[in-house]
Every structure is written in structure tokens, then in C-alpha cells.
Design a protein around this ligand. Structure first.
Ligand code: SF4
Length: 1526
């Protein structure tokens, strides 16, 4: 038979069987409570419940997140709800408990035992109206848990079942309560009645609770009333406190009488449940249990002789131990022949039952209450007992003596009992004796139960670290968890704002006294030397000024130390006070709930100069899901209303700089400061990526705006309110201008308010849908012909364009066409449409594109959508080769097929069969579409309409270029348009030539859409930096641009340049101008032109590098476009007439490119052997520097036709390595490059961008022919290539000295991202270095950074700075050092999967395997990209992962170590688990089987894991994963 070993399990099982909803309150979501582990198991196993028809819902809630708030909604919805918790949450939840008592909620409470359990957690809440049951053993826990649930169901009222789990640790295992017994006792049919009675009430504070089901389990009402009449005094104390509870209730609720007290109060109304009812129900439950198990229960438990004269009433732990002591007492013991009473039913307190239980012979009664803090002179249990026995009146009142019980060690129990009974039996017993240790056990006696320690996520340390960085030794945190400063053991006290505030005030007072002492001392002549006086008076003057005081402090201390007088020693006794601390109170978001807010209020109201940092951790998505009742107060607004506090709202994962600023301002502000710091997490072990994404959503959508408010700023002539988050700036500022009263913000702009209403987004969406549809209908009015509604779901625009085209062509045939995204169509209108055509692309793993997902959900799940009058057809777009594995084939065009089938199932009639467009067809999806469309017109009777104008051909990139007037387009106009963050589609193509791409933040797409907002558009700007060499000044300028105009980070790219992200449209022009002021440009950094020319960084050969770099720059300059549009658009100053171009009068001329530029991008790189750190084989032109016999640069071997971009599963596309054209002298090299580019300009494929790169032109034309044409144009010939040799394509980290004695340090910048984090302020460090160094910054092609040309004189200082900012650390695994990733999410529009944000995590997960196999120092080139565009040049890596869908990657193996050989597909669409499995296996084999010096890429080929790819055209052959052709 199954056995139960622990109380947690016994309770969890009964709770599971008896509930619809289980709320598991936990100190940490990543650490189980004693119940949650079992609850989770049952849910995971889908164990059947007796109450819930399905699997009960399990919610895990942190104990500091006001957990009982979650109960309201559920109980109102008729859900039988159970909470499992420790007792630490109870007192804080009193207001909820009063109200929840009116519902059949069961709360199982394990007494919190920080040292020993404190029963005052129970006595303090005894009057909240719940019924309280106590269990003291494993078996009791199971039986009373069942009693609790049955009692809740039968009485309709809340029950708290509490216990000290430690009591039963040594208990023997017990058998499971049989399901049959549980079912019988619970009374399932009665439970069903409750479940069917949904409360209409929707306010948080209800007064009446749920109606009680009266006719079950309770006695006849008449009898009840009669009994009530007799028993008005269940206890006078309880009636008293009921009255007080009632009045407090009224204070909090919006009126109406509270009946919270009804369970313990008797009145003549019929509805409340009386204590007799509870007594009656308990008796009936216990008799059922007794009948089946023989186990007896009653309201009070008595053990001991029936004629005992003394007894002990215990309200505390270990009754079993006490009973055993009594049983084994000898004649010599004071406690021989005594009885023990414990309450089982604690509330309602049934006086009658106690009098029945306690033998009449008892003359003396000791009442032990185990409480940690005593708040009243007489313990509440003592009063209960006293009143009962007094009221019974039938016997002489025994002598009652109260005791406060602390922690009792097992070995001292006899002694303690002797003391208790000796006192009890004394002539005049002493009341309120303390027994046991009140501080709890000494650490050696028992280990403190860690489960109850407040758990905080590691991430939360971010803010602490920043405080630490800013204020270092000056930092004093008054209530830091785990801090020695706190000095109080009780965790909840220690972390409360009140406690910390008190301690801070004391500390300030202390320092104030000290300053007076110093002032006084400065005036005396008590010192041996003269200098202390002078320094002390100086210091005393500056004591309040942190900066001055702290500067003087060491001087003063030093003078005092050498003085040696008693006066000096006295002051030195408090030498820490010479420094002025930065004092902080740190709080969690629990402070923001109603219950924790008073402390914040207290601090604000005091006006004291105290800084508070309140960390809020509610994730945006949790906010959306949570009960509307789970609301927090917005402390920021609250504090601003106070008017005297500095207030800031910040988020470290959104703006690090703003956090720094806020903290410094708060510290400087003379008065209270409140910083609301956001750090959202669902679980304590959330990855930083999740936290980042949640933060972004919150900040972007205004749930967590970033701002700073300084009420004293106005007096200084500054603005008091500064909004630091970009997107709501205008709106909020406008509001502030109109009305400075912040509280109105909540009312009038709900989107700024933390309590953003859940329905807001959907409301907006509905209105928008309706408007869009109405507008169309208005447009169509008056048109003749049949209606046709075209709805599309499109992610890359193809389905949308196709739909719009279909609509135009339909209209031309006389149809009334409407065309919109599926999600913009009101689903409820679908049944009224006559003809519906649905066009959908296929996203991710066969899913609907984003703008059709809600529509599909609606269609899929709707039960009442009647489409009987609808005619429809579907056209689907997909790629039949996208899923190479047979079992995944069904994903091909899955959304379209599903939709078609579902529409038919809902009664729609097909106009024609579904059409399938396949990217693999000769004209891609157009092939299938071309066949399908005419059939549609025929079926709709408009196939033979005469005189239809020809559809204009779709606009191509070539058209855009040609029509752009040398790259002007309407960019200028687009920039002026303030109504959108976007620019037009054509301009998006053109701005690329100017070095900027429009992007949108993909982390935010869904949320913004849900709120009816346009995507979060911003721009990426790429600089042009030939050879990747920047001066220190340029570095500082770039740093400033990223901070002020971008997203505070910079990316060092694989093409050795700076890239900024997150530049919003309004800041685009200032950013471009700032870049130009830094003597850089962005022209032709992207677009169909020659891009930034790369050059090996080569730290060790200075002269050669300088020469080669010179030629790289020369080529770059030579191939620049000539258009003046760049200057005109970005750099013209409204006042600078010189650069203004009048109208269209001035036409540009592009001698080299012509009006349509190149068919595709064109990339040139230079590598200096033996370093192939710029991947010379991967570019359109790759130049290998050749040294002459004099060691100087002589010329270049020229490779051409390399390229990385590929389309998944489109075999016509492939990566390619450059082919050898021959040797060119250095002075002719720029011309050779030009001629190669020109042949490509004239011969590249301008009809298909996927086939337009030079690699295809060369392959199509043939290498010899291409070379011939270049030579013909050039008038010169390539020479035979010179010998060269490459070693690797990675960087050499650490210090190197060149031939001139200059020093170069290559530092590791993971994936090129320059940013500050709390752990690693890298960006700050580099900025500080740039301010002082005379060297230069070289960006490497692997996205790292070389601090170059550091002279011997500068070396020490540079090393110290590198060390200070941890930039000197290159001690990473060789795999990490050799890895690189592209940007991908969130900014890259093409990304299918994470890359830069994920690769570091993946490497971390592989590092233990590397260690195990001794490979930590072995370099393996590993690269990742978010899509097959290949920005991080993955196809040349030894192992590569290329994004296929979110979380899924294609894996490639076998690239050459120095970038000379392409790799080959090994597995398609694999997820992390599989990746790790494969990699771990391969690494192990590599370690065991490799030959001397053999590289990983070579090994996997020799070992037969993959075949070698000889060149691009066999890239798709012999892949390990079979790619089927259909
Ligand atoms: S490889 Fe793809 S996902 Fe990565 S940055 Fe380039 S285009 Fe974006």
C-alpha cells in the first residue's frame, strides 16, 4: 500500500483531491516548498482529482507578492481553492483573510520556524473569521487536512489548517487516506453546488462573500436559532474582537456592513454559520473518519489520567514529547499524574467542548503559549481558557497560570516541565514565566531552516552592484538582506522599510552627535600636536558634504593617529563616521502592495534625507495575466504626490546610464529619494535574455516608463520632470504641461499607469478593426458587383502584396473588394460575408504569420461561427523543401491547408480548391498562383471581362534605384513625417546606401500589435571605417553617439566597423551628423555598392600593417559612390546655404556605378598572412598581402567570387569561396578591384536578387571568361599568384610587441557588443581608456578590439586601467575566444532565431564538456547566425549554427580552420538539447581520436561525420541529413 512519509505530502495529496485551484506560496519559485514538490508531481502526472473534473490548476506565487490576492477571482468563479503556505504571510494578509473567510477556501499553514515556530502567527489572526484546525502528527495532518476541506465545503467558510511539520519528523509512515473515504467525507455533490454558484461580485473588497449552501450538513434552522439563543457567549473575547474587526472592515471597504465575523459570532439572522454549526459539522466529519478508521478526534485533545489534579494546556510544538514525558514521570517529578490538553479546533473556540474535555478534578492548569513576541500582558490562549472556565460556572475555577514558551531542547524538557509545574504548584505561582530559549536555538543546536530565508534572484544583485560601484566604501544599506547591519534576526522585520528607516535615523543621529563632538574637540587644547585642531575644524565645516568630508577624512584620521592623545583616540574610536555614507533602504515589490506601503509612506512623510531603492519584479507578461485585483500601488506616483521626494523610475536592462544618473541624483538630493527599479522575472533562475525581453516590453509600452522627478529642480530653473523612455515622451510631457498634478496621470492616461487594464489592448484593437472595416465599406458604397473580402496573414510581405494585387485585379473585374490582414477583420462578421479569399504564408514551424494568429485561433476554437452563407477559397505560400525530414513534411503550407479544412468544417462552400504556392517552383509561389487565380475569376463569373488594364509589373529594387534620383527618393520627406516612426518601403531600400536600415524591435512586435500600436521602429546605423582603425577621440565620439542617440550599446561588426542600434527616426539625422563630425561616414556602408573595406589588424608588424591599411583605404575611397544626396539629406544645416541643393536642378552623376548602382552588395577584404582574420575567402574580392624580399608590401594575390548569403533549402543559392585571379601590384590593386566590380555591374543578375552576387556571375560565366573580361577592361593581366600561407582566421589575444617596440593588446569582446552591465562596466572602461591613451583602437574582423600602439611609457597606466575595468581578462575557453555571432534578434528583420544573445549561453553549456575532455585550450572556430544571410560568415566555421526558426538551427560541420574550406550541413532544424547532445559526443570523439595537430573541422571529415565541401557548388551534395526533393 502506498505510504505517506511527510506532512507536506499528506496535506498536498488531500488538497489536490479536494480542489479546483491550488495556490502554492513559495519563498522562491525555483525552490520547492514542503507541499509544492508533491503538488507539481500530481499535476504533471495528471492525477485525477475528486473535486475538479480536469487536472486542478496549480499556481506558484512568491510569498512577497501578496499571494492571497490571487484567491478572490477564483473563489468568485466558483472554484474550490486551496492555499499552501508557511505562516510568514499570514499577518501581512489579514485584510484578505477577513474577506476570504466568507468563501470555502482552505489554507494549509506550515508554521514558519526560523529557530522555532511562532504560534503568535496564528493567535494574531484568530479573529479573521476562519475556522482553525491544528494537527500535531503525520496521521493527524492527513485526517485534519481532510476535515478542513470537508468543513469548508459544508460550511461554505474558510478554514485554516496549521501545524508544525517538525512535530512529526520521526513519525512512522502512514497509509494514504482511501479515495473512497475522502470522497465520502468531502461530500462531492455538495461541492458541485458551490462550483455552480458563481459570484457576480467583481470588486476586490466584497462584504457578503458567497452564499452558503444551507441545507447540507447543518441542522435545521429552527433548531439552530434556538441553540444560538442559548449560547451567545462562545467567548466574550471573540465577540469583542468581532466587533472590532467589523469596524476595521468598514474603514477599508466602500461601505456596507461586514459579516466577516459571522463564523464566530452568533446572531439571530439565519445566514451566518455559527460555532455550533462548525462543531456539528466537525463532529459529523470526525464520526465518519472514526467509523472507517477507528481514529478519534474532538475539538480538544486530552491525554493523561481522568482524575488529574494538574494539567498543562499547550499551544505550541511537540505535544507528543510532553505527553511522553508525563507518561514516564516518576514519583519524584513535579509533573507526575498530570494531564495534557491541546486544541484541535482552535477557532471557533468551543468553550463547552473544553469544559467537557478537561477533567473536573483539575485544580491547577498551566497554559503554555509558544510565542516569539509578546504583545499583550496576558497571552490570548490564556484568556480563552480563563474565560471558558470562568463562564462554565459549574465548578471552582482552577488556578490558571500562563507561560511563554520559547525553544525547548529535547534534553532540557524534563527540567523545563519541572520548572513549570513547580511554579504551578507553588502557593503563589508567578504568571508569565518564560520557559525555553526565546532567541531560538543556538546555531549548533539546530540549523536554521533555509527554506524560509527570503530568496531573491541573483539578477536582483544588479542594482546592488551598481550602488556598490558608485558609492563603494561609502555605501550603507540599512536593511540589506543578510547584512550584518540589520542586527535583527527576524527576516521580515529586517527587510521592512520601517525597520531600515529606524536604523538609518539612529545612524544619522549618531553622526550628528559625532560632528558636534568633533566641533567641540576642535576648540580644545587636548591634543598633543597642533595639527588635529585645524583638520578637525575644517572637517566639521564640510561634514555634511559627502565629497569634501570624504576627501578630508583620511587626512584627519592620519593626524589623529599620529597625535596619540586620549582625545585623539576617543575620536578614532568612531573613525568610520568621518566619512559621509550614502545611505540606502532596499525593498522588494512587496512594498508596493497595499500591505507594505505604509513604511514607504512613513519615510516620505518624515522628509528625512534617506534614499530608497525599491525593486519591482513583476514581469510584463505576468501583469497581463494576473488577476486584476492583484494590484500594486504605484509608489512613484505616490511619492511624487508627496512633493518633497526625488523620484526616479529606472530599469537596468533598459538603460544602464539612466540607473547611474538616478542613483547619483538621489544621493545628491537633500530629502527623501525613491528609486523604483525594475527587474522583472518569473523565476529566480530566469536567463538574462528573458529579463531583458520583459523589461523592454514594459518600458516600451509604458507599463514601466523611465523618468526622473526632482521637485527642487524648478527652483534651479530646470525641469522637474525628465522622461527618459523615448516612446511616450511627447505624450507625457504634454500632459505634464497641462497639469502638473501627477495623480491625474493614472486616471487620464491609463497606459502610463502600472495598473494598465487588461482589456485596454483588446478594446483598442476592436475599435481599430471596426473602423478599418467601416472605412472600406464606405469606400465601396455605390460600387456594383459581387463583394469579395480578401484576408491575408503575411510575415515578409509576399502574402500581403499578393492579396493587394488580387484585390486590385478583382476591382478591375467589377468586384467590390476589401483587403486586410486577418487579424484586422472582426471575426464575428465573417459569417455575413459572401465571398472570402484567404491568403496565408507559412511561418516558423508551420505556424500562422503573426497578423493571422488571432484570426486563426478564433476560427479554430469557435463553436458558434456559422459560415453556411460564405463562399471561400484559400491560397497558401510555403516552401516544400523547408523541412528536409520526412516526418516534418506536413508543415509545408500547413496554415493554409488547416484554414481551408476548418472553413469547410464550419459550413463554408469552396469557390475553388486551395491553391499552393511553393518557393521551390521556377517562379517561386507565383507559379502556383498563376494557375490558381484564373480559376478563381472563372468560378466567380468574372473570368472573361473585357478591357482589363494590364497590371503594372511589381516595383523592384532596380526600379527604386533608378527612380531615386541618385539615392534621394523621398527620404527627406519621410524624416519630416512625425506621425510615424517609419519611412516608406522604397526609402527603406534607399537608406541602406546611406548606411542605415530601418528595423523594428522584434521583442516588442506582438505586444505592440496587441495594443494597436505600430511596431517599435528604429534604425541601425553602420559606419564606414576602412581597416577598422579608429582614434581614441573617434572612440569617445562613437561612445557618446550610442549613449545619447542609440540604445546605449555599440556593436563592433564582422566587417570591422561600428554599428548603432535603436536610433529612432527623430535622432537619425543628429546621429549621422555626429558620425561625420567624428570624421567618419556611413555612406555605402550598406546597399548595392562596395562596402567598408576590411584589413587584417596585425598588431605585431607595424610597418606592414600601415602600408596595407593605406591600400585598403585607397580602395575604399576609390570605390565610393559620388552622389551628393548623402550630404544633402544628412549633413545640410538649415542655415548653411552652401550645401543646399536647389530643387531637381542639380543632377548627380555616378561615373562608376551609373544610376542603378550594382546588382547586389559588393565586399572587399585584405588579409595579411599568416592571419586570415578577415576571412579573405568569404568576400567578392579577397586580397592577400604579399611581402617583398625587403619585408615591405609588394602587392596582392587577388581572389574573387566569395560570398556567404544563402536561402534555406534553395539549392540554387550557396556559399562560395573566392577563386584565385592572380597577383596584382599594390599600386594597381584599386583599379583591378574597380574593373572586377564593373564587370559584375554589367553582367550580374538584376532580375533575381538571390542570384545577383558576383559568385553566381563568375560561376555562370566561367572563371576564365570572367577574368578575361576584367583584363580586357583593365588593359592589364593578372600575374601568377605568389606563394602565401595562412595559420588561422581567429584573433591572437593578449599583449604583443611589434618590431618598433610598441605594444598592442587584443581584448575579448564577446560578439562585439560594447555595453555596460552591473557585472562588467566595459563601455565605461573603454571610454576612460580612450580619454587618456595615445594609442589607437583597431576593430578586428572577429568582432574583438585591439588597443594598439601603446608606448612603453604608457604601458603601466594602460594595464592598470584595463585591469580596473576587467578588460584584461582573456582567460576564456578557446572555444569562446574562437566563436562569433551576428546580431539577429531583436533588431535584425531577417532573423529567424537568436544569435548574439544565445551563443554565449550555448558556449557556457559546452564548457564543462571541453574541460572533461581536456579541450579547454583547443581553438575550434564556432559561429552562429540568426538566418542564412550569413553575416558572421558561418559557412567557413568548423562548426556553425544557422537559424531556421525560433530556437531551431541547422548545424554545419567541417569548415577549414583558417577559413579556406566551406562546411556542410550535418543536421537540420535541431534544438538546444540535440545540439548539446551532438556537440558533446563529437567533442569527446575529437579528444580521443584526433591525430597530432588535427583541427576539429578536418577531424569530422576524416572521421566520416560529414563529407568535405570542395567549393560552393557542391555545398548541397552529400549532406548527412537527407534533403528530399519532392
Ligand atoms: S545573419 Fe541574418 S540574422 Fe544575422 S544579422 Fe545577418 S541578416 Fe540578421
Amino acid at each position: 500500500m502506498a505510504q505517506v512519509l511527510a506532512v507536506g505530502e499528506a496535506v498536498a495529496r488531500i488538497a489536490y483531491l479536494s480542489s479546483d485551484l491550488l495556490i502554492s506560496v513559495q519563498t522562491s519559485l525555483s525552490t520547492d516548498s514542503e507541499f509544492s514538490k508533491f503538488l507539481r508531481q500530481y499535476v504533471d502526472n495528471k492525477a485525477s482529482s475528486l473535486i475538479c473534473s480536469d487536472v486542478p490548476e496549480l499556481q506558484h506565487i512568491r510569498h512577497n507578492a501578496d499571494p492571497l490576492l490571487s484567491v478572490y477571482q477564483a473563489v468568485r468563479a466558483g472554484k474550490l481553492t486551496t492555499v499552501t503556505t508557511d505562516s510568514s504571510v499570514l499577518i501581512k494578509s489579514i485584510p484578505h483573510l477577513y474577506r476570504l473567510a466568507q468563501y470555502p477556501v482552505v489554507i494549509h499553514v506550515s508554521l514558519h520556524s526560523a529557530g522555532f515556530p511562532d504560534y503568535s502567527d496564528i493567535t494574531s489572526i484568530r479573529n479573521v473569521g476562519f475556522t482553525f484546525l491544528q494537527s500535531s502528527s503525520l496521521q493527524e495532518a492527513q485526517d485534519l487536512a481532510l476535515t478542513a476541506h470537508a468543513l469548508a465545503i459544508r460550511s461554505g467558510k474558510g478554514v485554516i489548517h496549521f501545524f508544525d511539520a517538525a512535530n512529526s519528523k520521526a513519525d512512522q509512515p502512514i497509509a494514504h487516506e482511501s479515495r473512497r473515504l475522502v470522497e465520502e467525507v468531502l461530500d462531492v455533490s455538495l461541492a458541485r453546488q458551490y462550483q455552480g454558484m458563481k459570484s457576480e461580485d467583481s470588486s476586490l473588497y466584497v462584504s457578503e462573500g458567497r452564499p452558503q449552501v444551507r441545507d447540507i450538513g447543518l441542522r435545521d434552522t429552527a433548531e439552530l436559532v434556538e441553540v444560538k439563543g442559548d449560547s451567545t457567549a462562545t467567548s466574550s473575547e471573540s465577540s469583542q474582537s468581532s466587533a472590532s474587526s467589523s469596524s476595521s472592515d468598514r474603514k477599508n471597504s466602500s461601505g456596507g456592513a461586514s459579516e466577516a465575523e459571522s463564523a464566530t459570532t452568533v446572531d439571530s439572522q439565519a445566514k451566518p454559520v455559527s460555532s455550533e454549526d462548525i462543531d456539528f459539522i466537525c463532529e459529523s466529519i470526525w464520526s465518519q473518519i472514526r467509523g472507517q478508521t477507528g481514529r478519534k478526534y474532538s475539538a480538544f485533545n486530552y491525554t493523561g489520567p481522568a482524575n488529574a489534579e494538574s494539567a498543562l494546556f499547550l499551544f505550541g510544538s511537540d505535544p507528543g514529547l510532553f505527553a511522553a514525558e508525563f507518561a514516564s514521570a516518576t514519583q519524584a517529578d513535579f509533573f507526575r499524574h498530570v494531564g495534557l490538553v491541546t486544541p484541535v479546533l482552535y477557532r471557533p473556540w468551543l468553550s463547552e467542548r473544553l469544559t467537557e474535555t478537561l477533567p473536573r478534578s483539575v485544580k491547577r492548569l498551566a497554559v503554555l503559549e509558544q510565542v516569539r513576541r509578546k504583545t499583550t500582558k496576558w497571552g490570548p490562549v490564556l484568556l480563552d481558557v480563563l474565560m471558558t472556565l470562568k463562564a462554565s460556572g459549574s465548578q471552582a475555577l482552577p488556578t490558571i497560570v500562563g507561560y511563554q514558551l520559547g525553544y525547548l531542547e529535547y534534553t532540557t524538557i524534563t527540567q523545563a516541565l519541572s520548572g513549570i509545574f513547580q511554579n504551578l504548584l507553588a502557593q503563589s505561582p508567578i504568571q508569565n514565566l518564560e520557559v525555553g530559549q526565546h532567541g531560538g536555538p543556538t546555531p549548533s543546536a539546530t540549523s536554521v531552516n533555509n527554506e524560509f530565508q527570503l530568496s531573491q534572484p541573483k539578477l536582483e544583485n544588479a542594482y546592488m552592484k551598481i550602488l556598490d560601484q558608485l558609492f563603494a566604501e561609502r555605501l550603507h544599506i540599512a536593511n540589506a538582506l543578510g547584512s550584518k547591519n540589520a542586527g535583527v534576526e527576524e527576516q521580515s522585520i529586517k527587510s521592512s522599510p520601517e525597520y531600515g528607516f529606524g536604523s538609518l535615523l539612529a545612524r544619522k543621529e549618531h553622526r550628528k552627535r559625532f560632528v558636534s563632538e568633533v566641533e567641540a574637540a576642535a576648540k580644545t587644547r587636548n591634543f598633543t600636536t597642533n595639527s588635529p585642531q585645524k583638520w578637525l575644524s575644517q572637517w566639521a565645516l564640510a561634514a555634511a558634504d559627502a565629497e569634501k568630508a570624504n576627501k578630508l577624512a583620511p587626512e584627519v584620521i592620519q593626524r589623529l593617529s599620529t597625535d596619540g592623545s586620549p582625545a585623539a583616540s576617543k575620536l578614532l574610536g568612531s573613525k568610520g563616521l568621518f566619512y559621509k555614507e550614502s545611505q540606502w533602504l532596499i525593498g522588494s515589490d512587496a512594498w508596493a502592495y497595499d500591505l507594505g506601503n505604509s513604511g514607504v509612506h512613513h519615510v516620505l512623510a518624515s522628509g528625512e534625507n534617506v534614499n530608497m531603492l525599491i525593486v519591482d519584479s513583476t514581469p510584463y507578461s505576468e501583469r497581463a495575466a494576473q488577476d486584476a485585483a492583484r494590484r500594486k500601488k504605484d509608489i512613484g506616483l505616490y511619492a511624487m504626490n508627496f512633493g518633497n521626494a526625488y523620484v526616479a523610475s529606472c530599469a537596468v536592462y533598459s538603460s544602464y546610464t539612466q540607473v547611474l544618473q538616478a542613483m547619483l541624483e538621489a544621493e545628491a538630493f537633500d530629502g527623501p529619494s525613491v528609486i523604483m527599479a525594475y527587474l522583472p522575472y518569473n523565476r529566480e533562475d530566469d536567463s538574462p535574455l528573458t529579463v531583458l525581453q520583459e523589461t523592454k516590453k514594459s518600458v516600451d509600452l509604458g507599463y514601466w516608463p523611465l523618468y526622473r522627478w526632482d521637485p527642487k529642480a524648478e527652483a534651479r530653473g530646470e525641469e522637474s520632470f525628465k522622461l527618459d523612455s523615448e516612446r511616450i515622451k511627447t505624450e507625457l510631457q504634454e500632459f505634464l504641461r497641462r497639469d502638473n498634478h501627477m495623480s491625474q496621470l493614472m486616471r487620464r492616461h491609463p497606459q502610463f499607469h502600472a495598473h494598465l487594464s487588461e482589456s485596454y489592448g483588446s478594446e483598442v484593437r476592436k475599435v481599430q478593426k471596426r473602423k478599418a472595416k467601416d472605412a472600406y465599406e464606405a469606400l465601396l458604397e455605390g460600387l456594383q458587383g459581387a463583394p469579395m473580402t480578401i484576408l491575408f496573414a503575411s510575415d515578409n510581405g509576399n502574402a500581403e502584396n499578393l492579396s493587394k494585387r488580387l484585390a486590385r485585379r478583382g476591382k478591375a473585374r467589377g468586384l467590390k473588394t476589401v483587403c486586410m490582414a486577418m487579424d484586422d477583420f472582426p471575426l464575428e462578421d465573417l459569417g455575413n460575408e459572401e465571398n472570402v479569399v484567404l491568403v496565408t504564408a507559412t511561418a516558423g514551424q508551420g505556424e500562422f504569420p503573426q497578423n493571422g494568429r488571432n484570426f486563426w485561433e478564433g476560427v479554430k476554437t469557435s463553436t458558434d461561427l456559422d459560415l453556411a452563407n460564405v463562399n471561400m477559397s484559400v491560397f497558401a505560400l510555403g516552401d516544400s523543401h523547408y523541412w528536409p525530414r520526412k516526418e516534418d513534411k506536413h508543415y509545408y503550407n500547413k496554415p493554409g491547408k488547416d484554414l481551408f479544412a476548418r472553413m469547410l468544417a464550419l459550413g463554408a462552400k469552396q469557390i475553388i480548391d486551395i491553391g499552393l504556392g511553393d518557393d521551390q517552383d521556377p517562379d517561386q509561389y507565383q507559379t502556383g498562383y498563376g494557375e490558381w487565380e484564373p480559376k478563381l475569376w472563372d468560378a466567380m463569373g468574372v473570368g472573361n471581362v473585357e478591357g482589363i488594364p494590364d497590371e503594372p509589373p511589381p516595383i523592384t529594387n532596380e526600379d527604386i534605384k533608378a527612380a531615386s534620383n541618385f539615392l534621394r527618393g523621398t527620404i527627406e520627406e519621410g524624416l519630416q513625417d512625425k506621425s510615424t516612426g517609419a519611412i516608406s518601403a522604397a526609402d527603406q531600400q534607399l537608406t541602406k546606401f546611406h548606411g542605415t536600415y530601418m528595423q523594428d524591435d522584434r521583442d516588442l512586435r506582438d505586444e505592440r500589435k496587441a495594443q494597436g500600436l505600430e511596431p517599435a521602429y528604429s534604425f541601425m546605423i553602420r559606419c564606414r571605417l576602412p581597416g577598422g582603425v579608429a582614434t581614441p577621440l573617434q572612440w569617445q565620439q562613437m561612445d557618446a553617439i550610442s549613449t545619447e542617440l542609440g540604445n546605449e550599446t555599440m556593436k563592433l561588426t564582422t566587417r570591422q566597423t561600428f554599428q548603432f542600434h535603436g536610433v529612432v527616426k527623430g535622432k537619425l539625422k543628429p546621429a549621422m551628423q555626429a558620425i561625420n563630425q567624428a570624421l567618419m561616414t556611413t555612406i555605402a556602408a550598406c546597399g548595392d555598392v562596395n562596402r567598408n573595406v576590411m584589413c587584417s589588424s596585425l598588431p605585431e608588424l607595424s610597418d606592414l600593417h600601415r602600408d596595407t591599411f593605406h591600400y585598403a583605404k585607397k580602395i575604399s575611397d576609390h570605390l565610393l559612390p559620388s552622389t551628393t544626396a548623402y550630404h544633402e539629406i544628412w549633413l545640410k544645416d538649415e542655415n548653411d546655404k552652401d550645401v543646399q541643393v536647389a530643387g531637381d536642378a542639380v543632377q548627380d552623376f555616378e561615373p562608376m556605378y551609373g544610376p542603378t548602382y550594382l546588382p547586389r552588395k559588393f565586399k572587399i577584404t585584405v588579409a595579411i598572412p599568416p592571419h586570415n582574420d578577415t576571412d579573405v575567402y568569404a568576400h567578392d574580392v579577397g586580397l592577400i598581402a604579399i611581402r617583398g624580399e625587403d619585408g615591405k608590401l609588394m602587392g596582392f594575390n587577388l581572389l574573387a567570387g566569395g560570398g556567404m548569403g544563402v536561402t534555406h533549402n534553395m539549392k540554387k543559392t550557396y556559399p562560395q569561396t573566392g577563386r584565385m585571379f592572380g597577383y596584382v601590384d599594390k599600386d594597381a590593386v584599386h583599379i583591378a578591384c574597380e574593373k572586377i566590380m564593373l564587370v559584375q555591374r554589367d553582367n550580374g543578375d538584376r532580375t533575381n536578387r538571390k542570384h545577383a552576387r558576383l559568385k553566381y556571375t563568375i560561376d555562370d560565366m566561367g572563371l576564365e571568361e570572367y577574368i578575361r573580361r576584367v583584363e580586357e577592361l583593365w588593359g592589364q593581366k593578372f600575374e601568377e599568384p605568389k606563394p602565401f600561407h595562412f595559420d588561422s582566421n581567429i584573433d591572437t589575444f593578449g599583449w604583443q610587441k611589434d618590431e618598433k617596440g610598441m605594444n598592442h593588446f587584443t581584448m575579448f569582446i564577446e560578439n562585439g557588443r560594447i555595453e555596460d552591465t552591473a557585472d562588467f562596466p566595459m563601455k565605461t572602461g573603454l571610454r576612460e581608456i580612450a580619454k587618456v591613451t595615445k594609442g589607437e583602437f583597431r576593430l578586428t574582423g572577429n568582432q574583438h578590439l585591439i588597443l594598439s600602439n601603446i608606448s612603453a611609457a604608457e604601458l603601466d597606466e594602460t594595464k592598470a586601467l584595463l585591469k580596473k575595468y576587467k578588460l584584461d581578462n582573456t582567460n576564456f575557453s578557446a572555444l569562446r575566444l574562437s566563436s562569433s555571432a551576428c546580431v539577429a534578434f531583436p533588431t535584425c528583420g531577417l532573423a529567424m532565431a537568436e544569435s548574439e544573445r544565445y551563443l554565449p549561453e550555448l558556449v557556457t553549456k559546452l564548457e564543462s564538456t571541453l574541460e572533461e575532455n581536456g579541450l579547454r585550450q583547443d581553438s575550434i572556430v564556432m559561429r552562429m547566425t540568426g538566418c542564412p544571410n550569413g553575416c558572421a560568415r558561418p559557412w567557413l566555421a568548423e562548426v556553425a549554427f544557422v537559424g531556421k526558426a525560433y530556437g531551431a538551427y541547422n548545424m554545419y560541420l567541417g569548415g577549414g580552420y583558417h577559413g579556406q574550406r566551406l562546411n556542410k550541413l550535418y543536421r537540420a532544424s535541431i534544438m538546444e538539447e540535440e545540439i548539446l547532445g551532438i556537440m558533446k559526443g563529437l567533442l569527446k570523439r575529437y579528444a580521443l581520436e584526433r591525430e597530432e595537430g588535427e583541427r576539429f573541422g578536418d577531424f569530422v571529415i576524416r572521421a566520416g561525420v560529414v563529407k568535405a565541401t570542395r567549393e560552393g557548388r557542391d555545398f548541397h551534395d552529400d549532406t548527412a541529413e537527407v534533403e528530399e526533393d519532392e
